[in-house]
Design a protein around this ligand. Sequence first.
Ligand code: R5P
Length: 289
Amino acid sequence: MIIISCSHGLHLAKKIAAKLKKPYSPLEVTHFPDTEIKLKFNINVKNKIIVLIQSFYRDINDCIIETLFAAETAKDLGAKKVILVAPYFPYLRQDKRFNPGECVSLRTIAKNIDEDIDEIYIIDPHLHREKTLSHIFKIKSHKLTANSLIENYIKKTVKNPVIIGPDWESYKWAQRVAEKVGCDFAIMEKERYSARKVSVKLNKKIDIRSKNLIFIDDMISTGHTLLEAIKAMKKLGGKKVTCFAVHGILVENALEKLQKAGATVITSNTIPNKAAKIDVSEIISNSLL
Ligand code: R5P
């Protein structure tokens, strides 16, 4: 087995290779002046199992092309098997045609992944309408989770917490974390009007006096979901707020906006960012054993 970092997997690949005691080699990725991608393996992949580590953030579409190029090149060079570890996998929210004429983007992405890759690992994929990864990919798929890391982090750092899930999709998750941490939880009912406009309302009365409010979501993108949730809880008298998310996508200065609203933000490092305090490399390496 050889661990190969793609351009958005460098922050995890070396650690994973060290934990597994396997050879590591970074993929050499450059761009032509017109932005076309050129890539090169600097290790012999013939007859080897190749593990590509690639998280999909910022220039997501380039990441997709790069990953497909890498997988196909590895096969062309004689690799026995190509595994993709995607700490954060994109397009999972585009799993249906919301309006007439729209592309179901996830379907196209999945079709291409199925063609070039043999096995895929994803941390906390956004499964909502599709219930399992096997409904999305034909190849062998593995759903990993950072739940236990988040639970331990909360147990170690937050006293007297109450867990809030910012929408119904987070119900099971918030419930599980609350059970493990040993505290009360509630959910907010979220209505989404556009990518940057949501409204939220608490689903039940909870006692938040002298509690530390913990919001927990799978991802923070623009931060608007959590900004609205913070506003609503502050109106109810909530004081100390910490937002936990697995994937800190954090576009459009989301981190700064949340901090300005008085929240501490903690994410895992599926996507590297200033709030990434929880390391997922062990979860990945254990799953590859
Ligand atoms: C939605 O279903 C997700 O779980 C997140 O709540 C959402 O994608 C976060 O997006 P944003 O930070 O842009 O509100």
